[in-house]
Design a protein around this ligand. Structure first.
Ligand code: SF4
Length: 851
């Protein structure tokens, strides 16, 4: 039934799991079951490192299992609804309702409607107070949990801060509560005492004149305010997964991500992450290297990304990068890092980046003028920025990206003029080398728990004017302007500082059809306008209004550890254009997070940088053959992996080659590619027992051993059936005859096809090809149809002008039924016959189906 729902949906591989290193722990054997949910599409959700860390940590606990779920795309949501099927977790295929906890990662305010899609898909009531003993606990964490008030009525509880250590405590409390068979409320009363847990139903919010909050009253003595949870030592408290997940589908960040540090104390006054994840904690550099080696061996990834809020600030970044490149470049592993700050870009570091990154070079001045950069505490001088740009061009970069915000507090026309002037200067520097400049602009959205949490957001009309000004003034050949949709920034602003009165608006907008609001092309501003109107809420109350120091903010009962007074002081310092230094390199500035005993910045300045000498990944001895040795791999692709496309299968096979430690040959040049090619691209959804690939190795290996080693590392459903050494890739000598088995047709359809086929042989079939429309009589396309079993057929189709008609299209023609009707049918390619120039045939597929 589940597989039937996938027929014809866009990218069905999103819903089938099967990733390499997926834990696949038994649902039945676990005492506590978590479903980890990311309220966006699979490709975005699986890219998120935090949720992947929690997935591995939970599955590493005794008696606990964790599965995953992502927001269904429009078509799949509709399909499940049509068929009355629930949304299921992707590994266990269990309904989400069967889990004990459904934990949402709250990364972005514009994913809130997708939370409701997931709850609805599982048949879980939206409101926490409507849920009963059978329903899972709905929990949220991530940056949006620092002001989760718009979602308060949908969630049972939230986790503030870092959940690694806390989840085990919750699981323990849950087991005790379940054993006792106590009331639902009892569980909440127990977990509210766990540091970092926030139970919104234990607070009463009252509103006063003008709609502002008059009070947030705790309803229990033991849950009066909530602080965040913190992992003090990342190396021990947040271990990197031993065997990280490797997706089969191409996802947004399809590489090995290693978090090298957490927290940033640069103190950019607009940046929520900078205030909620303090203090800075770094991982040990030697451990990063050894963990990277292990993870690369277990995953076969070809790119390693060093992640943190500001990777260039990691105290040993240069030796670390040098060491990683020394070890892994021979294995064609690229090392990259997404976030670099202008001030951290030494010439040596830029040279290293140049060797590992060939794509765009990003600089983020954030504000156009030095004055405005002082306001936001981003002390970068124009000359530093221009020097970095000049070095980048000098080192060969041809695309430079500049990132800015508009609408920052105190912004004036001169700041926009300065932004334009700075872009022009950078553009002029690049002009000599014909380099392009991409300018990216987003609207500043004030966030909770930052120094600018009291400031007003720029009005939509003013945003449009600013963008218009930039569009006119940044029009140059080789300069591209990209901007964030002002409607999205507005909605983000509403929810970022919203309160509990917004839940009905979210629900109403969802019921009217709002989904994937963070995707510009799917944002339905009309629906949101209507939802606000019908709920009697003025959204500009949350965005365009400056708050006074005394106003009760919706998140005042929650704390990131940074004093509210400190934030206010920082706001005023910003308005006076005063700089606050980073406590990593200067004195503590007194933000309040650290007790300077247990909680303090944890850096590795003093740690000697010693990397135990060792080889990179998968290095092995052996005689290299310079021209390479070619092997023909015959393989099958069956089961749910048929929903993974050919390009992605190719990547999965390459990673299996790397995990198996086979000495693959690579092309030369800047972007070396593994020498692996395929003789065909199997259509999505079709299985095959007779597919072929060619792999070049740099030395001779026993074919049997190649097959065995690969089979130990291939994704489920792909199996190497035979390996042979060949001199060259086989040339196609003529047309091919291909035998397919079509299962699940049903006896009636089978009878109709067998009866209709002989009399319809003069019918014409049509097919679109790259060269245009191909027309051929049925008798030339379909050589034979046989009974496979009472509800399945076997068909022999022959290529016409090197194009093969698909068996389902032939059946659709014979049965005169739309393609959608065949959702439950499975097509498997079982034999391939080469038709030579004469009439003879040669079987080129080994796994010939016996019928
Ligand atoms: S308390 Fe001091 S040392 Fe700790 S994060 Fe804040 S400013 Fe830095």
């Amino acid at each position: 039934m589940f597989e039937k729902s996938l027929q014809g949906v866009e990218r069905p591989g999103r819903y089938v799991g099967g990733e390499i290193n997926a834990c696949g722990k038994s649902f039945g054997d676990a005492r506590v079951r978590f479903a980890l949910a990311f309220p966006d599409v699979y490709e975005v959700g699986l890219s998120h490192l935090g949720l992947r860390l929690l997935y591995h940590i939970l599955n590493g606990m005794d008696g606990v299992m964790a599965d995953r779920v992502y927001a269904p795309w429009f078509d799949f949501e509709g399909r499940l609804k049509e068929e009355g099927e629930p949304l299921r977790a992707i590994e266990s295929r269990r309904n989400l309702k069967d889990f004990d906890f459904l934990g949402f990662s709250l990364q972005y305010e514009l994913s809130y409607t997708n939370i409701l899609t997931i709850l609805h898909g599982a048949g879980i009531p939206f409101r926490a107070d409507s849920r009963s003993g059978d329903d899972p606990w709905i929990v949220g964490g991530g940056p949006c949990a620092f002001n989760p008030e718009p979602l308060a009525s949908f969630f049972d509880f939230f986790v503030l801060g870092e959940a690694e250590e806390l989840l085990g405590e919750i699981a323990g409390i849950y087991e005790g509560w379940k054993e006792e068979g106590a009331e639902r409320q009892v569980f909440l009363e127990r977990i509210c005492r766990v540091e970092g847990v926030y139970v919104p139903s234990f607070f009463q919010v009252r509103y006063g004149d003008g709609g502002v909050i008059s009070s947030i009253e705790p309803l229990r003595e033991d849950h009066r305010s909530v602080g965040k949870r913190l992992v003090l030592d990342l190396d021990t408290g947040s271990p990197l997964p031993e065997k990280p997940l490797v997706p089969l589908l191409d996802i947004v960040h399809n590489r090995l991500g290693i978090e090298i540090a957490r927290g940033c104390t640069r103190g950019c006054r607009f940046c929520q992450a900078s205030f909620i994840y303090r203090p800075v904690r770094e991982r040990n550099p030697a451990r990063i290297v050894s963990e990277a080696k292990r993870a690369l061996e277990k995953t076969g990834y070809e790119e390693l990304s060093l992640l943190s809020l500001s990777t260039g600030d990691y105290c040993h970044i240069q030796p670390l990068l040098t060491e990683l490149m020394r070890r892994f470049s021979g294995e064609k592993v690229a090392v990259s890092f997404p976030s670099m700050r202008v001030g951290t870009l030494t010439p040596e570091l830029m040279e290293l980046i140049r060797q590992v990154r060939k794509t765009g070079f990003t600089l983020a001045p954030e504000a156009g003028s030095e004055r405005l950069r002082r306001v936001i505490n981003k002390e970068i001088l124009d000359e530093e920025l221009l020097a970095a740009a000049e070095s980048a061009y000098g080192l060969g970069w041809r695309v430079l990206k500049l990132y800015f915000m508009i609408g920052l507090p105190t912004e004036r026309q001169e700041d926009l003029q300065a932004l334009v002037a700075l872009c022009h200067e950078v553009w002029k520097l690049g002009k000599r080398s014909k380099a392009a400049v991409n300018v990216s602009v987003s609207t500043f959205v004030p966030k909770a728990m930052t120094p600018f949490q009291w400031k007003a957001q720029m009005r939509r009309e003013e945003v449009e004017d600013c963008l218009e000004y930039l569009k006119v003034n940044l029009r140059k050949p080789g300069m591209r302007l990209k901007w964030h949709h002002p409607g999205q920034s507005f909605l983000e602003g509403v929810f970022a500082r919203g309160d509990r009165r917004l839940a009905p608006v979210i629900e109403r907008a969802w019921r009217m059809g709002a989904r994937f609001d963070g995707w510009t092309e799917y944002l339905r501003e009309d629906l949101w306008e209507q939802a606000f109107q019908e709920e009697g809420i003025d959204p500009s109350f949350y965005t365009y209004r400056e708050r006074s120091r005394d106003e009760v903010l919706p998140w005042d009962h929650l704390s990131s550890g940074v004093d509210k007074e400190y934030l206010h002081r920082e706001m005023n310092r910003g308005l006076r254009e005063e700089f606050t230094d980073d406590c990593r390199w200067s004195e503590c500035t007194g933000c309040g997070v650290c007790d300077h005993d247990q909680v303090r910045p944890s850096l590795h300045h003093e740690t000697p940088v010693e990397f135990h000498d060792g080889a990179g990944v998968g290095e092995a001895a052996g005689a290299h053959v310079s021209e390479g040795v070619l092997y023909r791999l015959q393989y099958s692709k069956t089961g749910t992996i048929r929903f993974v496309g050919q390009i992605e299968l190719s990547q999965a096979l390459m990673r299996a080659v790397r995990r198996a430690g086979l000495p693959a040959g690579y092309s030369k040049g800047f972007h070396p590619h593994m020498k692996l090619s395929f003789t065909e691209a199997l259509p999505l959804g079709m299985e095959s027992e007779v597919s072929e690939a060619y792999l070049t190795l740099t030395r001779r290996e026993d074919p049997q051993e190649i097959g065995d080693r690969l089979n130990a590392h291939l994704p489920q459903g792909v199996e190497i059936r035979n390996v042979s050494r060949v001199a060259r890739r086989a040339r196609r000598k003529g047309a091919q005859r291909v035998t397919y088995v079509i299962e699940g047709l049903g006896t009636e359809r089978v009878r109709r096809v067998l009866e209709a086929w002989p009399s319809r042989s003069e019918d014409f079939l049509e097919k679109k090809t790259k060269k245009g429309k191909l027309t051929a009589p049925l008798h030339r396309v379909l050589l034979a149809v046989r009974l496979a079993d009472e509800s399945s057929l076997e068909m022999d189709l022959v290529e016409i002008e090197q194009a093969c008609f698909r068996p389902m299209n032939v059946l659709q023609h014979l049965l005169e039924e739309p393609l959608d009707n065949f959702g439950e049918c499975r097509v498997r390619k079982v034999a391939v016959w080469q038709l030579s120039e004469g009439e003879g045939e040669e079987n080129v597929g080994r796994a010939h189906h016996q019928c």
